[in-house]
Design a protein around this ligand. Structure first.
Ligand code: BJW
Length: 228
């Protein structure tokens, strides 16, 4: 990495899989037990808010019992040691990057640890259940939803992500299937911008053909090996 100064790292569910958090697709993936369109769209929330809130309450509680794995730890070491620009863009709504010690983390699909009030638009730290319709700490109305990005909604901080890509030399994708846009398109954006591209994944993804290099294996092994 001698010629690399600035890095953008995209992470997906695969980086947290070995912490015991289910991925979304493939064997044992979340959507096999809950159809994505039943839980992860604004239309689903309007149609059956109890189902959606129960689903997210269950996942929020489960995530809080999990711990970072060696992949999160290695990225946190890289973040601490890297003198150039570095941005970990995670699609994950868990906080395992932060709990491992990483600081330069952007949650493009939101976070389980916030609730978003649809009445007053304020986001508050929220680690408990939402199914009982608790009042918003800011306005007192009972209109809280999980602060996550559903299909059809705009992912967060896209301008900041594209700005980081424009000034980076290396794009690394870790544990994501390349099935969901706009994140799935970052590798093509990176190539057009002239970045080097590296994929670390358990198996080939929908985007593998676009990377300069793909290394296959579990994130808990591949990420520390790449960072050291
Ligand atoms: C391991 C491992 C181990 C396992 N070690 N690896 C047609 C074409 C293009 C786009 C669209 C289209 N039709 C609709 C769209 C847009 C739509 C979309 O992409 N749909 C697709 C289904 C086609 N996207 C949107 O609506 C997005 N918004 C949007 O586009 O706004 C407009 C816009 C336009 C232009 C610019 C910007 C915006 C919003 C998408 C929101 C996604 N939300 C979710 C739910 C979040 C809340 C929650 O957690 O419930 O985000 S869906 C779900 O998928 C979640 C994830 O972040 C996301 C990605 O999943 P991820 O992380 O890749 O997980 P998996 O399970 O798919 O893959 C795991 C990988 O890990 C696998 O590859 C394994 O091999 C690997 N692995 N174990 C290493 N141990």
């Amino acid at each position: 990495m001698a010629d690399i100064r600035n890095i953008v790292i995209l992470t997906g569910a695969g980086v947290s899989a070995e912490s015991g958090i289910d991925t979304f697709r493939g064997g044992g993936g979340l959507w096999e037990r809950h159809r994505v369109e039943d839980v992860a769209t604004p239309e689903a929330f309007a149609r059956d808010p109890d189902l959606v809130l129960r689903f997210y309450d269950m996942r929020r509680a489960a995530i809080q019992e999990k711990a970072p794995n060696p992949a999160h730890a290695a990225l946190a070491r890289l973040d601490a040691d890297w003198a150039g620009e570095l941005l970990i863009v995670t699609q994950n709504v868990d906080d395992l990057h932060e709990r491992a010690g990483a600081r330069r983390v952007l949650h493009m699909h939101g976070t389980h640890l916030n609730a978003w009030c649809t009445a007053c638009d304020v986001r508050s730290r929220w680690t408990g259940p939402l199914i009982d319709r608790p009042p918003c700490p800011a306005c007192g109305q009972s209109a809280l939803r999980p602060d996550v990005v559903w299909f059809g909604e705009m992912p967060y901080e896209m301008e900041r992500i594209y700005a980081a890509l424009r000034s980076a030399d290396l794009f690394v994708s870790i544990g994501t299937s390349g099935a969901v846009y706009p994140a799935a398109g970052f590798v093509r954006d990176a190539r057009e911008l002239g970045l080097r591209t590296l994929e670390l994944n358990l198996e080939r993804s929908q985007g593998s053909a676009w990377f300069d290099e793909t290394r296959l294996g579990p994130a808990s092994e591949l990420v520390p090996a790449w960072v050291e």
